[in-house]
Ligand binder design. Structure first.
Ligand code: CA
Length: 362
């Protein structure tokens, strides 16, 4: 009996030793010191915070071995040159929005958002489960020498700040509107003069009247920039950014050099930051919207006639772009098929539920 107990203890002891030995594998991993260039300033705590959270999680998960130091826009490279900095190996990691680079190729847009594209939930479903990530990685990012991981989302953005009411598509004619990317090109078809102005300069342009309207993100970020002081009408929804994703771009060479464990940590850290950023926005936007309304901002929906005209302009733009770019066409068709099927479901669950709850809780 006693001998058996001793044996049993010895066996348990061996098992315990094996368990205790496991962290030694982690300790044997290399120390990595990488730099992350962000497209965002530190003052935008939600957006910049996504890259910082990714970095903090890696540090914690690796016991301080896998270090990725986050630098704000302009510290290493300007905010809109982050993808280039990853592609030419200036930094190992970039934290940016893929659609900033549509000037190089419109296909970059699908990594973030296209006008009348996917909302946050649909984007995650397409990217993670619907084949979107694999398609974009294989057909596009591999060719740029980038490994792409989504790391955050703003959810549907607001339609922006206007100095007059927009009652019909006619009211868009001649409007000087700070809006970029595809939406700017589509709105140009409706007579809008689209302007590209950096975030920090929008307030002054609105105040001086050099522009008539500007879009940024949503209540929380917009309130910080003070647009409510110089514009009265705040429209929704921002159909051009229904669920824009931000990315961690890692140079392919750097990514391939990582131990499998570190690749797993990076993937999980980014996925956690992706969910967390949406939570921060949902909590903070609701409070900011309430303050804006209390302060006198008039919050209005774009009329259906305006939405329809914008939708039509975007579909024309996609047909023109698809005719010139087969990769764009292939990914657009994949994403659109997913969106149609998904919308037939989401309009019945969150869509219908939110519509009803909006009538009894307001
Ligand atoms: Ca925006």
């Amino acid at each position: 009996m006693q001998r058996r107990d001793v044996l049993k203890k010895a066996t348990l002891g061996a098992a315990a030793t094996t368990t205790l030995a496991a962290p030694a594998i982690v300790r044997a991993q290399p120390t990595i010191n990488w730099r992350l260039a962000s497209s965002f300033p530190k003052s935008l705590d939600t957006l910049f915070g996504g890259g910082q959270r990714f970095s903090d999680s890696l540090d914690a998960m690796s016991g301080g071995k896998f270090k990725v130091r986050a630098f704000a826009a302009g510290e290493i490279v300007p905010g809109l040159q982050v993808a280039d900095a990853v592609m030419n190996n200036t930094v190992e990691v970039g934290h940016t929005a893929s659609y900033y680079y549509i000037g190089k190729d419109p296909t970059w847009a699908f990594g973030t958002a296209i006008p009348f594209g996917l909302n946050f939930r649909q984007f995650n479903a397409w990217w993670l489960e619907g084949g979107g990530r694999d398609l974009m990685q294989k057909e596009f990012y591999d060719k740029q020498g980038i490994h792409a991981i989504i790391v955050g989302n703003t959810g549907v953005q607001m339609g922006g700040w206007f100095n007059k009411e927009i009652k019909s598509p006619e009211d868009l004619k001649g409007l000087k509107f700070r809006i970029g990317g595809f939406a700017g090109q589509a709105l140009a078809k409706l007579g809008v003069t689209a302007q590209q102005i950096a975030g920090g300069e929008i307030y002054q342009a609105l105040e001086r009247g050099t522009i008539d309207a500007a879009e940024w993100v949503g209540p929380y970020d917009d309130e910080k920039l003070g647009f409510q002081k110089v514009s009265k009408f705040y429209y929704y929804p921002g159909w051009w950014e229904p669920g824009p994703a931000t990315h961690i771009f890692i140079g392919k060479k750097a990514w391939d050099s990582l131990p499998k464990e570190y690749q797993a940590m990076a993937t999980i850290a980014a996925q956690e930051a992706n969910a967390h950023m949406m939570s921060r926005y949902d909590a903070n936007n609701a409070a900011a919207l309430k303050r804006l309304i209390a302060g006198g901002t008039k919050v209005l929906p774009f009329p259906k006639s305006v939405m329809d005209a914008c939708y039509k302009a975007c579909m024309e733009l996609y047909a023109e772009t698809s005719a010139k770019n087969p990769t764009f066409k292939k990914i657009l068709e994949h994403m659109t098929a997913f969106q149609t099927a998904s919308t037939n479901w989401t309009r019945l669950n969150e869509g219908a539920y939110d519509s009803y709850m909006g009538t009894v809780r307001r």
